[in-house]
Design a protein around this ligand. Sequence first.
Ligand SMILES: [Zn+2]
Length: 292
Amino acid sequence: MSFARVVGHAGAAARLARAAADGRVPAAVLLVGPAGIGKRALADAFAARLLCAAPGAGGACGACAHCTRVGAGTHPDLHLVARDPERRDIRIEQVRELTRWLTLQPLMAARKVGVLDDAHCLSEQAQNALLKTLEEPPGAPVLVLVASSAALLLPTFAGEAETHARALVLRDLPRLRELGADELSRSAQALARGALDAGLATALAWYRDVLETALAGDAAALRNPAAADAVRLAARRLSPPALLRQLEAVYDTITALEKNANRMLAVDTMLLSLRAIERGAGLDASPWKSSR
Ligand SMILES: [Zn+2]
């Protein structure tokens, strides 16, 4: 399948085709949108284009040894992960197998290409395993993630406390770099005493929005559409590796709280870590690493 046959994705398809033609293929490509609009077809076309020996302006040639194998599902450098139909999520073992496979040398093509369908069905554990790989991609493999925007971690915010926590997070994370010690401490106190779960879920949604916008541009479907302008600004300012570390710092805080860490201390430390990453201070700012 060539890019031209993908329906409804003219902008995204054109961007991917240009990136491939220019040899500027990112380590991870995220295709997000509602189910049934051809994201997977676009992912397959892009994977075929990357592996093809004689790609043209329209994408993969469809005739070379690579294309023949891609068509038959037997290309050794293409790996597809999808949810088992009888399961609700993608198993952690599937992700571990994929990440192991991505570290191997390509057998036939210039690079290995992984396609992860149903990425919105990754368990939290599987997401973390994947994030670590994306952070340090060995060699030059390309991972194409396909996800519907529908089923991500953003809960519905009903009560006043939840609304307040959400507003606080969306006010402070975009300007974290400029927050002084007093302001940061006040934010931590307000979050720790309020609807902390909602605040942390909003923080996850914020960093995911910014990361996806940094990776996919305006094609990303936002969990916080009201914060679209701030998300775009942050996506220009922050690198994907920094954003992955910030996401990890939020995940680690959630894990620490599940193990009954002190709320005030955990949130204060998290905000300090997030700010340190934003200011470029320290690659390993996550405070909970040593306790794992
Ligand atoms: Zn070909």
